[in-house]
Write a protein that binds this ligand. Structure first.
Ligand SMILES: Nc1nc2c(c(=O)[nH]1)N[C@@H](CN(C=O)c1ccc(C(=O)N[C@@H](CCC(=O)O)C(=O)O)cc1)CN2
Length: 283
């Protein structure tokens, strides 16, 4: 058996075909959406992700605003840039690319992003609304995972899902999304303290590996026919590697590869959040 590939690149392109006329409509009404990114430091992977986001903006007609700041910027300097974007009418949504250098206070930064411009859904008020089941921009990677599963008709209702990794951009919000009544899945959030990870994964109909540990999920851990989504990435001299061992493709029913799976979906959901915020502002 070889898994059906959950193709994030093709799905992203289909989503952009849907976004383009919505952006054109906003533009015709004098409200072109504008995405800003704030990138602190020189991390090559972060630069590559941000470049991808702006390339995508050009494809759908969203205006791009780029703020690139030195790695040694003080908290006050970064907050001044955030205040500037909060006040800029051309910026209808923005993100601070994570991680920021360690001397900066990530929580304070995310809290300062104006809620109505929070394109990442990572402001504590947006996350609180998600917990309460109120409308909010959804964090891009978890939203992308759910969208990818839906478009490939992977059943979610009643599914057992093992999410490996409890980070704030993926694992924790994904647990919240998948346990909404609309998704109705049962989620086990696994982490470094999980006693028997292999057993938890083996029980799952859907496995989301977002731990950032190379080839953590091996074929013997996967229930035959399960959907496996590889989200984590580890970079070494031999190049980037995902959290899922390549041989899992022989056991899984569906596989979201890395690269080419959830990464492009993260970008597609970011642009979707920006368009939705601009549409909300018009109504
Ligand atoms: N503010 C945020 N920071 C980060 C987030 C986030 O959602 N918001 N998530 C990750 C990184 N990320 C988004 O910024 C991201 C990761 C991967 C990709 C992507 O398109 N990957 C491609 C490969 C591209 C490449 O290697 O250059 C793929 O998987 O095919 C986009 C965005 C951490 N930071």
């Amino acid at each position: 058996m070889s898994a059906t590939i959950l193709d994030g690149r093709a799905t992203k392109d289909a989503i952009y075909d849907e976004l383009r006329p919505r952006v054109a409509e906003l533009t015709s009404r004098g409200r072109t959406p504008g995405l800003a990114t704030v990138l602190v430091g020189d991390d090559p992977a972060s630069h590559s992700y941000v470049r991808g986001k702006h390339n995508d903006c050009a494809k759908v007609g969203i205006t791009s605003i780029r703020k690139e700041l030195p790695a040694d910027i003080e908290q006050a300097g970064l907050e001044a840039v955030i205040d500037e974007l909060n006040a800029d009418p051309a910026c209808t949504g923005y993100i601070v690319q994570l991680p920021v250098p360690e001397h900066l206070d990530t929580g304070a930064v995310l809290e300062r992003v104006a809620v109505d411009k929070d394109a990442d859904g990572l402001n504590p008020i947006s996350l609180g609304r998600l917990v309460l089941g109120e409308p909010a921009p959804l964090p891009c990677t978890p939203r992308g995972i759910v969208e990818l599963l839906r478009r490939y008709e992977v059943p979610l209702n009643g599914a057992r899902v093992a999410v490996v990794g409890r980070g704030v951009t993926v694992g924790r919000p994904l647990g919240l999304l998948l346990t909404r009544r609309s998704e109705n899945a049962t989620v086990t959030l696994c982490h470094t303290g999980t006693k028997d990870l292999a057993e938890e994964v083996r029980r799952a109909d859907i496995v989301v590996a977002a731990a950032g540990k190379q080839h953590l999920v091996t074929p013997d851990m996967v229930k035959p026919g399960a959907a496996v989504l590889d989200v984590g990435v580890t970079r070494s001299d031999s190049g980037p590697a995902g959290d899922v061992h390549p041989d899992v493709a022989e056991v899984a029913g569906f596989l979201s590869p890395n690269p080419g799976g959830v990464g492009p979906m993260t970008r597609a959901m970011l642009l979707t959040n920006v368009v939705e915020a601009a549409e909300r502002a018009l109504t």
